[in-house]
Structure formats: C-alpha cells, structure tokens
Ligand binder design. Structure first.
Ligand SMILES: C[S@@+](CC[C@H](N)C(=O)[O-])C[C@H]1O[C@@H](n2cnc3c(N)ncnc32)[C@H](O)[C@@H]1O
Length: 233
C-alpha cells in the first residue's frame, strides 16, 4: 500500500468509528452560544446560499457523511444521490433525511474506486476536499468531471485557510494535532488516534490548480471556503 492509500484507509476508519461523535459534535456546535457556535452558524448560512443552485436539480453529494448538508439538499433538490464509504455515517444520514421531500439514493463506496453511471447537474462536497491528498487531487477532479453534466455546477464547502481554522477545529470540536501541511492526527473520545489528510486550501492557489485542469472557480466572501466551480467555457 502506498503512503497515500494507507492514510486514506486510516482516515476512513476515523470516520467509520467516529460517525456518531462527528454528528453529535457538529449538531451541538451549531447551537453553541460562543464564538465557535456563531462562526459555525455563519458558515452554514453562507453554505446554504451556495447550495441554492441545487434547487430542482439532479444532485450528487460526495462524502455526504451523517447528513449535515444532505438535510439541506433533501429540501430543495429535484433528485439526490449521496455517496460515502462509511456505512455508519450513511445510517445516520438515512435517519436525518427520513421524511424529507426528496427520497435520497445512497451509495456506499470508496470514492476513489467508484465508477459513476450517471451525470448530475450539481455535484456537492462539504468538508471533503480538505481530505483529498494532493497526489490524488487531479484524479479526484477527473472523477468530478465524469459525474457532471456539460453545463453543471460543483459546490465546494470546506474549512477556510489556516488563519481562521482555529475557529473551525478547536479542541471542543475535533481534537487534532498537526503533523505537517497536509496531515493531522485526530482523536476520538476513546483516545484512539488516526492520521487524516488535512489540506486547507488557499482560495487563489485552489483557483489556479483548478484553472490548470479546465475549471473556473468563484468563491464567496466568507470565512469558510465556499465556492461554485464550472468548466471553463
Ligand atoms: C468531514 S466528513 C464530511 C461529511 C459531510 N459532508 C459533512 O460536511 O458533515 C468526511 C466524510 O468522508 C467520508 N469518507 C472518508 N473517506 C472516504 C472515501 N475514501 N470515499 C468516500 N467517502 C469517504 C467519511 O465517511 C465522512 O463521512
């Protein structure tokens, strides 16, 4: 196994073992009456604005997890498919979207081994791009290209640059130690440690990398990294 594959397996294990913890931490942070709570609510409001492009569209959510954003999409999308490699997260996601106007189709798969069979008008990933290793970036965007209709839109929601990241990743939310610029160690409540990929993109740098691959990115004026990406005309 290469270093990247090894890291991706460990990252997935973190999300599998920590699915309930991740969901509970996200939800309690949303109601927290402190700077982290306010930052989270503000980020989520900006995310909701960006997700409005999904209204009445066919939508694919990559790494939908426990449904923190699936629940928003299930209120507005025309149809909605969620792919994630963690069955534990997808179980929580199903509970989150039960009774929503759109019946969500779930696919349990490792995104790096997944072959899409359809194209979607909108492809969304929230808090996922930062978990894609730099050496898999191009391969990942090739997959996005294969999932998207000709004039489709990609919505990226993710943590902002390191200057703001302390508000999004403090110890009350995710206990995390930085290893290097693209790797962190995260801890679950039982003390178990997992290495994860953590690439906090600078938006200009990300726009340049995407331009090189034939994409045009527009980012919202927000603390989080929130943007729409389309194929360059
Ligand atoms: C930070 S969570 C984001 C979840 C959700 N989008 C959100 O914003 O709350 C990352 C998600 O990626 C999923 N994941 C990790 N490795 C994956 C892989 N190789 N293929 C597909 N999903 C993966 C995890 O199961 C987890 O649900």
């Amino acid at each position: 196994m290469s270093r990247s594959e090894d890291l991706l397996s460990e990252q997935l294990l973190y999300y599998r073992n920590g699915a309930a913890q991740y969901d509970a931490a996200n939800r309690s942070l949303l109601t927290a009456n402190d700077a982290d709570g306010r930052s989270r609510r503000e980020g989520r409001a900006h995310a909701a604005e960006a997700l409005a492009v999904a209204r009445d569209r066919s939508v694919l959510e990559i790494a939908g997890g426990t449904g923190v954003y699936t629940e928003m999409l299930a209120q507005i999308a025309g149809d909605l498919t969620v792919v994630d490699a963690s069955p534990e997260s997808l179980d929580i996601n199903r509970q989150t979207t039960a009774g929503a106007p759109v019946a969500v189709r779930y696919i349990e798969s490792d995104i790096f081994g997944w072959t899409p069979t359809e194209r979607y008008e909108v492809v969304v990933f929230a808090f996922w791009l930062s978990h894609v290793p730099e050496d898999a970036f191009e391969r990942f965007w090739y997959l996005v290209d294969r999932c998207l209709t000709h004039d489709g839109t990609v919505v990226i929601i993710d943590a902002g640059e390191p200057a703001h990241a302390h508000l999004q990743n403090n110890v009350n939310f995710f206990s995390e130690d930085r290893v290097d610029e693209s790797t962190s160690v995260r801890y679950l409540q039982d003390g178990a440690a997992y290495r994860i990929v953590r690439v906090l993109w600078n938006r200009e740098l990300l726009a340049d990398e995407l331009a090189r691959l034939g994409w045009t990115a527009e980012f919202a004026a927000a603390e989080w990294l929130i943007g729409h990406v389309r194929r360059t005309a």
